[in-house]
Design a protein around this ligand. Structure first.
Ligand SMILES: Nc1nc2c(ncn2[C@@H]2O[C@H](COP(=O)(O)OP(=O)(O)OP(=O)(O)O)[C@@H](O)[C@H]2O)c(=O)[nH]1
Ligand SMILES: [Mg+2]
Length: 168
């Protein structure tokens, strides 16, 4: 297939994008992209194009804080990502927006209540992808870090707010 459609994997730094990418590959060892403990592991914007996959996968660098980068570099990467999506939006048939479940309440508060625009937030990304009509699936990752009780609370928080916030 010459012009394969692409799957976009997007989200803040360190939420688990590269780990999820690896899970989607027939042979995870084929993926040379880095995943790691420190935010800012993936720096290159490169698509994975395997002969045995009918679509390409683009595992983007993360938005926001990166351990070994300056604020200027973080802003540069954010701009690069935005320009990339704008330029290639037609090629994306689907986007996976990965969110760290532990940060969900904080993100909702900052984006919807405080209207903070200085920090790149997952909901900004969601609205951004919606502008290009790219269908998305939101993945709440790192759920294993929550206790059963916390999981229930997060779920209630999401379900009660989703309609008001036009989340899902
Ligand atoms: N506990 C837990 N850890 C996870 C999970 N998914 C990923 N991790 C860990 O989180 C860290 C970051 O994972 P990556 O896959 O590199 O995250 P990323 O979003 O690609 O990060 P950047 O490329 O820096 O934006 C690694 O140490 C992973 O092992 C998960 O579901 N649960
Ligand atoms: Mg990564």
């Amino acid at each position: 297939m010459k012009n394969k459609p692409s799957l976009l994997i997007i989200g803040n730094s360190n939420v688990g994008k590269s780990s999820i990418t690896r899970l989607l590959l027939p042979n995870p060892k084929q993926y040379k992209g880095k995943s790691g403990k420190a935010p800012g592991s993936t720096l290159l914007l490169k698509s994975i194009n395997l002969p045995n996959l009918p679509y390409k996968i683009v595992d983007l660098p993360g938005f926001g804080y990166m351990k070994s980068s300056s604020r200027r570099r973080e802003d540069h990467i954010k701009k690069q990502i935005i320009l990339h999506v704008e330029k290639h939006s037609q090629e994306y048939f689907f986007g996976l927006v990965v969110i760290n479940i532990l940060r969900i309440e904080d993100e909702i508060d900052k984006y919807f209540t405080q209207n903070k625009e200085t920090i790149p937030l997952s909901f900004e990304l969601i609205n951004f992808l919606r502008e290009f009509n790219i269908p998305i699936l939101i993945i709440f990752n790192k759920i294993d870090k929550l206790s059963q009780f916390e999981k229930k609370n997060q779920l209630i928080c999401l379900l009660t707010q989703q309609k008001d916030l036009d989340l899902i």
